[in-house]
Ligand binder design. Sequence first.
Ligand SMILES: C[S@@+](CC[C@H](N)C(=O)[O-])C[C@H]1O[C@@H](n2cnc3c(N)ncnc32)[C@H](O)[C@@H]1O
Length: 205
Amino acid sequence: MSLRQRVGLKFKDEIEFLKGWKRDRAAVGAITPTSVATAARMADVIQPNSGLPVLELGPGTGVITKAILKRGVDPRDLISVEYSPEFCRHLRQEFPSVDVRCGDAFALDLTLGAQRDTTFDCVISAVPLLHLAPEKRLALVLDLLERVPVGRPVVQITYGLLSPVVALPAGYEIRHLAFSIRNIPPAQLWMYSKSAKREPLKQTR
Ligand SMILES: C[S@@+](CC[C@H](N)C(=O)[O-])C[C@H]1O[C@@H](n2cnc3c(N)ncnc32)[C@H](O)[C@@H]1O
């Protein structure tokens, strides 16, 4: 195998990612994939023996997907929602047993179809939020929190200093999970959860 082929194989994900970034910079949001260390930190929150599936948003080329599986999640218990058809094709090749849904994280009922009422152990999200209006970010987080049990997290990666959602209604919590310097660019990880049982916030779904 030539050096060029070897380099191509080693950086396959990075090259795919860069192509995706060139196609749609706002949706992809970062110029390189999340680092393995950061992905592992996000996947750490999963309870692999909860008996519940995991929901991943914005898997891109699958760095975080890989970390989720490495954490012990059965691929059939993972639904990964990705907007870009090119990334979806790549993900289906790399992870044939993962349920890759090519769709919009902001229209989850539609994207999840028959699984729309599934309760997930947690949500691991890399969907870029900072270019969106604060109301749209808040609506997404509240929607996601209706899909996980009380106390279980929605984890979001971001490149800003602050949480992309700065405040949640009473009964919800925002916690800083980690600052990951081993990432280009350095990333912040935030966790959102419900602290009490409540009626679903119908207007957000
Ligand atoms: C910053 S990249 C993260 C990719 C990968 N998870 C990683 O950590 O390297 C954001 C990903 O979210 C996807 N995305 C953006 N908006 C989305 C949406 N509304 N629904 C689903 N995926 C979306 C993009 O196509 C891209 O793959």
